[in-house]
Write a protein that binds this ligand. Structure first.
Ligand code: NAP
Ligand code: G4F
Length: 359
């Protein structure tokens, strides 16, 4: 009888959870996904795999150590991927304590559960660490770059990072940190800048009355890759014989302004920028229509200015390379956002009584 490897994924309803689950199911895994209890349907990103015979959803919470221990005992996974987090950096300034509970103490609860169950030598553990931990350390950043977190989010992630290393050293656990730079996809949450831009551009392209795209800091630079490349990298880390920490990123950085220009370009607009600081705007070069403005409330109390990955270690040891370039990523996100906007408009059209076709 064939034995399938099994994985438990926290944060299953998020961008990476959905992509990783699909990737692992494609490799013959039994996948157990952990989602928060929700009275509303939060499984949109999982719609293609919900009926898969090897996919199982469970209620759990990184704030509830007992529930996590019971899940690990009952699911008996070979691999745990801890992707659950309060993952929004700006929000972490508003809810720093809740962010620490989930992002710092959550991984502690999971690691302790594995240890208390006596499974520390047969479960491999992946922790979703972040390039935000580098803060404003000089670019490019790699595994040897000193950390300098500049948000409650990054500080909490750094606690978890060190905990993973400590559990590896102290208890011999196979525990890895993936220090991942920004990665995006059509499944990206709408509060993150790439998806906000993609959705905003799609709305402006299809509706003359759509709101102007309001953004914060246009000058920060990020190393943006495609989430599907990164979930493959997470899995690769756990297939090694020895645990270690790896940076994943493309090695290319672009400013938020670059992303805005590329996104409008993909939707057929060319932009003319004018003004400086909070007065900066972008208009359609052909019609003069106002398309982008600055909203100072979106500035962060402290900002990470420039992230660029040096992923040499992942390339040489894991054989990992990202397959999607920046232009393709932007274009794919715009195509998906346009598609969603046109579906929503069609649904509205029929919902508003224009359903003579079915009368
Ligand atoms: P995401 O879309 O925001 O997903 C986060 C997931 O965590 C959601 O499913 C969320 O559920 C869940 N969650 C929140 N609080 C929880 C709790 N108390 N217990 C259990 N689950 C909880 O984030 P992502 O982009 O997929 O990122 C995955 C992980 O990688 C996160 O840890 C993030 O910090 C880290 N990371 C992401 C990037 C990136 O660029 N995407 C880069 C580096 C590191 P709800 O949606 O129901 O709240
Ligand atoms: O899209 P963001 O919110 O992503 P950020 O802060 O880089 O964090 C993401 O990547 C991290 C990895 O480095 C992850 F750990 C984290 O979980 C998350 O996935 O913002 C990107 C940049 C920032 O500099 C921000 O100030 O875009 C700037 N920005 C400008 N206007 C905006 C906006 N960000 C958001 N979210 N919304 C804006 O309107």
């Amino acid at each position: 009888m064939q034995v399938h490897p099994s994985a438990l994924i926290t944060g299953i309803t998020g961008q990476d959870g959905a992509h990783l689950a699909e990737f692992l199911l494609g490799r013959g895994y039994v996948v157990h996904g952990v989602r928060l209890y929700s009275a509303t349907d939060d499984t949109q990103r999982l719609r293609d795999i919900l009926d898969h015979p090897c996919f199982h959803l469970h209620i759990g919470d990184l704030n509830d150590g007992g529930a996590l221990a019971r899940l690990i005992r009952d699911c008996a996974p070979n691999e745990i991927y801890n992707l659950a987090a309060q993952s929004h950096v700006h929000a972490s300034f508003k809810v720093p304590e809740a962010t620490a509970q989930i992002n710092a103490l959550g991984p502690l609860r999971l690691l302790e559960a594995v240890r208390v169950l006596g499974r520390e030598h047969d479960i491999k553990f992946y922790q979703a660490s972040s390039s935000e931990m580098f803060g404003n350390a000089p670019a490019p950043q790699n595994e040897n770059t000193p950390f300098a977190p500049c948000s409650p989010y990054a500080a909490a992630k750094l606690y978890a990072y060190w905990l993973v290393r400590n559990y590896r050293d102290a208890y011999g656990m196979f525990a890895c940190n993936g220090i991942l730079f920004n990665h995006e996809s059509a499944l990206r949450g709408q509060e993150f800048v790439t998806q906000k831009i993609a959705r905003g551009v799609a709305a402006l392209a299809s509706d003359r009355d759509a709101p102007v795209l309001a953004l914060g800091n246009l000058n920060s630079r990020r190393d943006w890759g495609d989430a599907r490349d990164y979930v493959r990298g997470m899995w690769m880390m756990l297939q090694r014989d020895t645990p270690d920490d790896y940076v994943l990123g493309t090695g290319q950085s672009h400013s938020v302004r670059d992303f805005v220009n590329a996104a409008f370009d993909a939707a057929g607009f060319s932009l003319t920028w004018a003004g400086i600081g909070v007065g900066e705007t972008a208009r359609c070069s052909r019609t003069g229509r106002l398309l982008v403005r600055i909203d100072p409330s979106l500035f962060r109390p402290t900002e990470v200015n420039n992230l660029i990955a040096d992923a040499t270690k992942a390339r040489t040891i894991l054989g990992w390379t990202p397959e999607t370039d920046f232009q393709t990523l932007v274009r794919d996100m715009i195509v998906a956002a346009m598609d969603d906007v046109s579906h929503a408009r069609r649904d509205d059209h029929w919902a508003n009584g224009n359903n003579a076709r079915f009368a």
